[in-house]
Design a protein around this ligand. Sequence first.
Ligand code: BES
Ligand code: ZN
Length: 599
Amino acid sequence: MDPSSLSNPHEAKVDSIHMVLSVDFSNSTLSGYVDVHTTLQSDNVSQLILDSNHLAISKATTVDNQPLTHQLGATHEVFGTPVIVEIPVASRGANKQFTARVYYSTTKASPALQWLTSEQTAGKRHPYLFSQCQASMVPCQDSPSNKIRYQAEITVQAPLVARMSALFTSQVQNGDLITYHFNQDIQIPTYLIAIAVGNLVSRDIGPRSKIWSEPEMVEKGAYEFANTEKFIQAGEDLLTPYIWKKYDLLLLPPSFPYGGMENPMLTFLTPTLLAGDRSLENVVAHEIAHSWCGNLVTNRYWSEFFLNEGFTVFVERKIVGRMYGTEMFEFEAINGLKHLHDDIVQFGEANPLTALRPNLEGIDPDDAFSSVPYEKGFNLLCYLQSLVGVPEFEAWLKSYISHFSHQSITAEQMRTYFVDYFTEKGKKDSIANVDWDSWFNKPGMPHNQVEFTSALGDTAKELAKRWVSTNGEGIGATEFKVFNSQQKILFLDTLLALSEGKSLPIETIEKMDQLYELSSTGNSEYRAKWYTICLRSGLTRIQPKVTAFLIEQGRMKFVRPLYRELNKVNRELATSHFIQHRDFYHNICSKMVAKDLQI
Ligand code: BES
Ligand code: ZN
C-alpha cells in the first residue's frame, strides 16, 4: 500500500477515467464530472475510495444518473480528503466493472492548478491555466503504484487553446465555446495527467514534435530546442522504441516552478531555458529520458523517487554523451556531484532525507525534495556500470526497461533484476560486494564514488582557484570567454564553493564583472550563481538586479536559494519583496519560500 495515498486500488482498482470539464477563468475553476471506471478486486469490496486535494465534490451518480451515496473522510494535511463512494450491493463482486460519475469543481486552494491573469502572460491579452500535478486536479487514486488510461473533453472560451498530456483527437466549436477532446491510451500514473490552456500556438520542430507557447516565445523556443528529435533518437538507440507517438514541448509562462516536467506527449518547460544558444537543452534531454524512466517504468512509492530521477539523469547524460562525446558525460557528472554535495551540506550529512531511499512517512514531499534521488541515484548507476562494464550495463538497462515497461516497481525489484541478470551472465563475482544497504539507506555522500575526469572541467576549476588566490591579478577576459556554457557554470560553482565562509573582496568581484560582463548576462543559470557570489561579497549594487530576477521568473531552483541569500544580507528587502509579489509565484513555490524565510 502506498503511504502517500488514502485511496484503495487494492480493493477497487481504477483502470481509466473520462473527464468532462469546463474551464472558467472568471471564477478560476475547472468543473464538471469524471467517470471513474474500476475493476473490483474481490467479492466483498463495498467502497471506492478516491483521493482529492481541495476539490469541491458535489455528487456521485452512476453513468445513467442513478444517485450513489458518497461521503468525505477526514482530511490529511498533505494527502487531502478521501472521497468514499458506496458501491451498491448489486454491483459488487470480484472482477466486476464498476463506474462512478463524480461531479466536482476545483477551488482557489487546489494545489494542482495555477491560474494566471492576462497581465501575468507574455501577450497580456488572454488568461492562462496550467497544472502541476503534485496532487491531482481530478478525484482519482493518486498513487504512482496505480496506472490508468484517461480521456478528456475540455471546454474553453474561444480563441483559447487547451492541450493535455494525451493525444489531441478533435475539437468542436459551439458559439464562442470550443471543446477539445483528448485520449491517453497508454497507462500512466496520475501525476502525469496535465493540462494547459491559453493563447497557444505551435510550430513543428521535428517529425513527431511541435513546440507550443504563447506567440511571443514560439520562434525562440523552436530555435532553442531544435535538437529534440536527435535526443529522442539517442534515447531509442540506448533503450527501446519511443512508444508515445508524439513528443511536443510546451513553454510555460515564467512562474512555472520547475525546469521541466515530463508530462507524456507534452513536456512542460520553463522559459528560463531560453538562453539563445541551446546551452540549457540538457533539460529537454532529461525530460525525454523520462519517456522511459518514470513514464514507462515508474517508481511504486515516492520514497523510491530515484527510480524515476536517478535513472533519468543517467539516461540524460548518456544521450548528451552520445551527441557531444563522453567528456560531456563526465563533465555533467562532476557538476552533478557538486550539487549533491551542496544539498547534503544544506540538509546535514546525517539527515535521513539524504538517504537514497528515505522514509517519507509524515513528511511533505516538497520538504524532502533535493538532488539526492537525482545525483546519488545517478552515482549508484555509474558505480554498478563500473563493476560490469559499459556495454554490458547498457544492455542491462535496455533489458530492464523492456522487462518493467508499463509497471510501477520497487527498488528491491530493480536490485533483484540486476543481480539475477548478471548472475546469469556469469558476473556474479563482479557484483558480489555491492553494499546495497548502504547505497539505499545510508545518509550522506555515496560511500563508493566513481572518479569522473574532465580536462574541460579541470580548466574551469583551475581558473576559479586562480581568481581566489590572486584576486584576479594578471587574468584577462579570454580564458573565460572561450569556455562552453557548462564550463562557465562549473567556474561559477567552484567560486561559490571556494568563497563559502570567506567571501571574495568586492574589488575582485568588480574586476571580474568588468572582464566577464556577468551582471548583464541573460542566461538564467549564470545569473542565479553570479548574483549569489555578489550578495555574499556584499556588493549592494547587485540587489536591484536580484529583486528584478526574482519576479521575472518563478523557477524554484533559482528563486528559493536567492531569497535565502538576499535574506542573509537584507532581510527587510527579501521579506517585503516576497510579500509584495507573492501572487506571482506558483503555490508550491510561495509555500517553500515562505518556509525558507520563516514568514
Ligand atoms: N519530474 C521533475 C520535476 C519535478 C520534480 C516535479 C519533483 C515535481 C516534483 C523533472 O523531470 C525534473 O527533474 N526537472 C529538473 C530538470 C533536470 C535537468 C534535473 C528541473 O526542474 O530543474
Ligand atoms: Zn526529472
